[in-house]
Write a protein that binds this ligand. Structure first.
Ligand code: AMP
Length: 210
């Protein structure tokens, strides 16, 4: 049986951090549409050029583009035993597209209050080389501005700046309710308390998987 998970919740809820831990534990790939888009921007691909300004503003990439990207990713053999989709689906149309090519085990919803989200996002730093995440308050790198894992330089994401954070939260709230209802009606929605540490969030997920 494969473990097919989607992680839902606002930006800054820790989906990426917990997805990395869970993927390692469950030995399934962590698929982040945000990471794939950022890699395309960095490598200046056609897709990257298409999404760069949308992302910098904190808006959503159009569903057709995002759905096509995920569908393509699902052709890789590594999803045979399951996957963790982090940051997809974000809209009802995306959820329906996913349903057409995969059956979910659970939709894990990261619950967190908005002040905590703002604190987390504004302190977040990302490695420009390997994409690893840090936080200026509680996940500091050993050397200021340098990635522990690969030595790459750390940066503040364009969309973690205050104006873009505001847009991202607004956009999130506009599309979240229908998405959460959709999964609740299918009995797939599992809420976790995302204000805990990443390790505790992981434990909640392992518990709900049984
Ligand atoms: P993330 O790293 O998940 O916060 O995603 C960063 C940005 O990539 C988002 O603010 C969107 O601009 C874009 N993005 C990532 N995933 C999606 C998605 N499922 N639908 C639309 N846009 C997305």
């Amino acid at each position: 049986m494969s473990t097919n998970l989607v992680f839902l919740g606002p930006p800054g809820a820790g989906k990426g951090t917990v997805a990395a831990l869970a993927a390692q534990k469950l030995k399934i790939p962590h698929i982040s549409t945000g990471d794939i888009f950022r890699a395309n921007v960095k490598n200046k691909t056609e897709l990257g050029r298409q999404v760069e300004s949308i992302m910098a503003k904190g808006e959503y990439v159009p569903d057709e583009v995002t759905n096509a990207l995920v569908k393509e990713r699902f052709k890789e053999p590594d999803i045979a035993h399951g996957y963790i989709l982090d940051g997809f689906p974000r809209t009802l149309a995306q959820a329906k597209a996913l349903e057409a090519f995969s059956v979910l085990t659970a939709a894990v919803n990261f619950q967190i209050n908005e002040n905590e989200v703002i604190r987390r996002l504004s302190g977040r730093r990302i490695c420009s080389a390997c994409g690893a995440g840090y936080h200026m308050e509680n996940m500091r790198p050993k050397t200021e501005g340098v990635c522990d894992k690969c030595g790459g330089s750390l940066y503040l994401r364009e969309d973690d700046k205050p104006e873009a954070i505001k847009t991202r939260l607004k956009v999130y709230h506009e599309s979240a309710a229908p998405l959460l209802n959709y999964y609740a009606e299918k009995n797939l929605l599992k809420n976790i308390n995302a204000e805990s540490s990443p390790e505790e969030a992981l434990q909640q997920i392992l518990d709900l998987l049984g």
